[in-house]
Design a protein around this ligand. Structure first.
Ligand SMILES: [Zn+2]
Length: 446
């Protein structure tokens, strides 16, 4: 399974902290691991010191596509959903001419931002419009402010009102900005050069109300919600996401059951995560078995693939407590010299055993479960495919189905599962993938 994230959680010494506080004497309570305030003795910390850093932002690549404004009279950059065919129809150049000139014959999807050389400055600007039940040539001409005769000429129509519902016609405009297939009016995918851990927003505007609007991002489902005049989907890129181009498709079914599809290739950048080695004590070696991790990842993937509406959060998310962050999302971890490896699927927050683990945002408790690696875990559904998970707890204080508000106490922290000391492993999943939580803590997303 490609999307399995071998997210594991293990509290570790933070190199920067060690340099400021100095390593602790053997036998002292390691502040990273936490004291042993309860009767249960804490496991001995294996003193592996690794550099834990937040994701390094990917370098700005000169080839990163520009959304707009980069066209010259002889260069046309493909927007999301445009095809060579639709650009040919809009600009008035032949498909064969464009394909030959740009060596893209046989290409089914253009890459967003891809530069296409034009043989000459554009003389025509055509908008492709699908005729609805109520449209007439006169109403369309009025709607787009063109002469009915020009409309008939642009479509080589044999008579003045020879259009039928569902037909796509060419409307000559002074300034058409895209050649999206009707009834798509605008599709924005942002950010334009994301990498692992980022959340991509797909915003669609259509000229007719969709009966069904669905999509796919790299083969994973896009689910849209209505926001004013737009339909908006959010989807996370997992920590294992590799750089390259991924297909993005949007399918609209209109009231007459005609399906229109717009698609493009979408560039994804390199993640730039650091690699860290982790040493696990002998008592936890069984939890490094790939099968144990794969089964847990599958279990989580099924949970995170869920969906509910409406969106429950209205502001930034909060950390489950206010203690120190000791591990960041996305670092590539090799365990005990390489017997197991995987990406860190969340962030770690120090938490003494027994201290509260609080809800990051409003939502509904959907899972209370003891996982092999994540230990005693609470998962909260925030709507719109967004979930948070709170792991390694010693005791859970809520039950599945409970509604919670931001800051409500879900559990008491602990060190259950694959953990070398008490802390909260905190995960945020969007559209089925664990993502970098930090941006969600700093601002209201999407
Ligand atoms: Zn963790």
């Amino acid at each position: 399974m490609a999307r399995i994230m071998r997210g594991a959680c293990l509290l570790l010494g933070l190199a920067g902290l060690w340099s400021t506080t100095g390593p602790l004497p053997v036998g002292a309570h390691d502040p990273e691991v936490g004291p042993a305030p309860t009767a249960t003795p804490q496991p001995v910390l294996t003193a592996t010191v690794v550099a834990l850093q937040p994701k390094v932002s990917a370098p700005q690549v000169a080839l990163a596509p520009r959304a707009s404004g980069a066209d010259t009279t002889l260069v046309r950059r493909a927007a999301m959903g445009e095809s060579l065919d639709s650009i040919a129809q809009q600009t008035g150049f032949s498909l064969r001419e464009l394909a030959t000139r740009n060596r893209v014959a046989g290409v089914t999807m253009l890459t967003i931002g891809q530069a296409l050389q034009l043989p000459a400055p554009v003389k025509e600007n055509i908008k492709l419009v699908r005729v609805s039940e109520s449209d007439t040539m006169v109403s369309l001409a009025a709607q787009y402010n063109v002469a009915p005769g020009a409309l008939a000429l642009a479509n080589l129509l044999p008579c003045g009102d020879c259009i039928v519902p569902g037909q796509v016609i060419r409307v000559p405009l002074l300034n058409a900005t895209s050649s999206l297939p009707a009834p798509f009016e605008d599709i924005q995918v942002s950010p334009l050069y994301p990498s692992a851990g980022d959340v991509v927003t797909v915003r669609v505007r259509t000229s007719v109300a969709p009966k069904v609007l669905v999509g796919e991002f790299d083969g994973r489902p896009l689910r849209f919600v209505r926001e004013a005049n737009d339909y908006v989907a959010i989807i996370g890129l997992p920590p294992s996401q590799v750089a390259g181009s991924v297909p993005v498709l949007v399918h609209l079914t209109d009231s007459t059951d005609i399906v229109s599809t717009a698609g493009s290739l979408f560039p994804v950048g390199p993640s730039g995560y650091v690699t860290a080695n982790v040493t696990v004590g002998s008592d936890l070696l069984a939890l490094l078995q790939p099968l144990v991790n794969d089964l847990e990842a599958l279990d989580l993937a099924n949970i995170y693939a869920g969906w509910s509406e409406p969106q429950r959060w209205t502001g930034p998310f909060h950390l489950p407590n206010n203690d120190e962050i000791t591990g960041y999302y996305g670092s590539f971890r090799t365990y005990n010299g390489g017997i197991y490896q995987g990406y860190h699927s969340g962030m770690d927050v120090r938490a003494w055993t027994g201290t509260p683990s609080r809800a990051a945002a409003p939502g509904r408790v959907v899972v209370v479960k003891r996982f092999a690696v994540r230990g005693l875990t609470v998962i909260v559904d925030h709507g719109r495919g967004v979930y948070t998970a709170y792991c390694h707890n010693s005791e859970v204080l809520v039950k599945e189905g409970d509604e919670v508000a931001t800051g409500d106490i879900l559990a008491k922290s602990g060190t259950t599962g694959r953990s070398e000391g008490p802390h909260i492993h905190f995960e945020l999943a969007v559209g089925g993938a664990q993502v970098e939580p930090l941006p969600w803590l700093a601002q209201t997303l999407p």
